[in-house]
Design a protein around this ligand. Structure first.
Ligand code: EPU
Length: 432
């Protein structure tokens, strides 16, 4: 068990590159299951979650070769696939649930363990299940698994989502591409990762219209072919760098960061007083964030894309905790995301929650302390909060951050701040 050790007082300065998005690559890896043969994904981040997904695909019978140095994953999908995803992998990474749609479409049956709740809240799968049922699948819950069958194939249907769920949109989409006839997904998620998945599926031969809008229309085809695809850049990692730059009164250029995927988040930084500009570095688009002086507090409301991303909630809370003035931050996507607030308070932040709202009164500085990461984004948020705290902050359960941020400590050091990793002597006590 490791923890981050953060020495406060540094200022981030320099250029950092973001790789492909975790939340796209995991789904692209699942989408590879839809076609027999070798699919190659490029700009794949070297993070824990891509390794877990590689292991899951291997257990389904695929040959998976992850070349971390080249940032590629080669997935060789056999004609006959296994159709069971066990609890030991699914509980380590809930995104495993995204094999549900493609396996059902390919094999006519699938059994995937239910992931259960996690540290950002209860995360039901009712919309995934209702969508697959609409396509003609029989779905049962058996011994902790979701078991879906469609022996004579799936049939297109019109599906309304109660909420634009990212995961439900993806699972239904990946099932619908091989269904008979037309599927319409209304109130679909519009995240850039959904658009990326649509792009890859189209390259494989799928017929989809409306990517990036609330209505996806899919004309089912008989079979798909393997492809080569470069993942969309990670907007949440890019946003983390942007907020860290502003908080530390730094100057950071985020190479391969797509400003158009972060419009509200970057606009909030401009309101906070940062100078945000689009730049090109070595032929790649990116953006630069420069902050002179103390940020001003900014009100934020999280919403599905194109709203302010819930995954950047810890970053904006951290920014507001050292900003001038007070702000209200409202969370609308996950019920327990504010668990992070108690850890931030240990660093001296003046934060108070009431239901979906959090009032933050900015302080001049935070005060270093031992804290603990509850999830990927909370972990990253605490590390950057540690940069504006006096003294040393340790962030326990570093593995959460490893799930989504490739080489986080190394990248922070390359930007001039003192962040290292060490064995956590208190790890056993923390989980007791
Ligand atoms: N929901 C339901 N029923 C469903 C599906 C979702 O009630 O059948 C609810 C959830 O409980 C939640 C809301 O709908 O309250 C949104 O959930 P969504 O399905 O959109 O999220 P997800 O697919 O489970 C992905 C990302 C999350 C990110 C959210 C929102 C992946 C692997 N995960 O989760 O990323 O926060 O979309 O943008 O893509 C992270 O990377 O740290 C992370 C948590």
């Amino acid at each position: 068990m490791e923890r981050f050790r953060v020495v406060g007082g540094g200022r981030l300065q320099g250029v950092v590159r973001v790789t492909g998005a975790k939340n796209s690559v995991l789904k692209l890896m699942a989408a590879a299951l839809l076609a027999e043969g070798e699919t190659v994904l490029a700009d794949v981040p070297d993070i824990l979650d891509t390794r877990i997904m590689a292991e899951l695909l291997r257990r389904l019978g695929c040959r998976v070769d992850h070349d971390a140095a080249a940032a590629t994953v080669r997935i060789d999908v056999p004609g006959e696939l296994g159709s069971e995803a066990d609890y030991d992998l699914v509980r380590r990474m809930r995104a495993s649930i995204c094999v549900l749609g493609p396996l059902l479409a390919r094999c006519g049956k699938v059994s995937v363990a239910r992931p259960g709740g996690d540290n950002i809240g209860s995360r039901p799968l009712d919309m995934h299940i209702a969508g697959l049922q609409k396509l003609g699948a029989d779905v049962e819950s058996e011994h902790g698994n979701i078991v879906a069958t469609a022996p004579s194939g799936l049939t297109g249907a019109t599906i309304w989502l109660d909420f634009p769920s990212v995961g439900a949109t993806e699972n239904i989409l990946m099932a619908a591409v091989l269904a008979r006839g037309t599927t319409v997904i209304d109130n679909a998620a519009r995240e850039p990762e959904i658009v990326d998945l649509c792009l890859m599926l189209e390259q494989m031969g799928a017929r989809i219209s409306g990517a990036g809008t609330s209505t996806l229309e899919v004309e089912g085809v008989e079979r798909l072919s393997p492809t080569h695809h470069v993942s969309v850049p990670d907007r949440i990692v890019a946003g983390t760098w942007a907020y860290a730059a502003a908080m530390t009164r730094g100057d950071v250029t985020v190479r391969n960061g797509r400003a158009e995927h972060l419009e509200i988040a970057l606009d909030k930084l401009a309101t906070a007083g940062a100078d945000v500009s689009r730049v090109e570095v070595d032929g790649e688009p990116g953006f630069r964030v420069v902050m002179d002086g103390r940020p001003r507090a900014v009100d934020v409301v999280t919403l599905p894309f194109p709203g302010f991303a819930t995954d950047l909630l810890p970053m904006v809370l951290a920014l507001n905790s050292v900003a001038e003035g007070a702000a209200i931050v409202t969370e609308n996507v996950f019920e327990a995301r504010f668990m992070f607030v108690d850890e931030l308070a240990r660093l001296g932040a003046d934060v108070r929650t009431d239901g979906h709202h959090c009032l933050v009164r900015g302080r001049e500085r935070l005060s270093g302390a031992p804290v603990r990461a509850h999830d990927i984004r909370a972990g990253a948020g605490l590390v950057i909060a540690g940069l504006v705290a006096d003294g040393t902050t340790t962030v326990g359960d570093a593995y959460h951050v490893d799930r989504g941020y490739p080489g986080f400590a190394e990248q922070l050091r390359s930007l001039g701040v003192e962040v290292t990793r060490e064995t956590d002597p208190d790890a056993d006590l923390l989980d007791g």
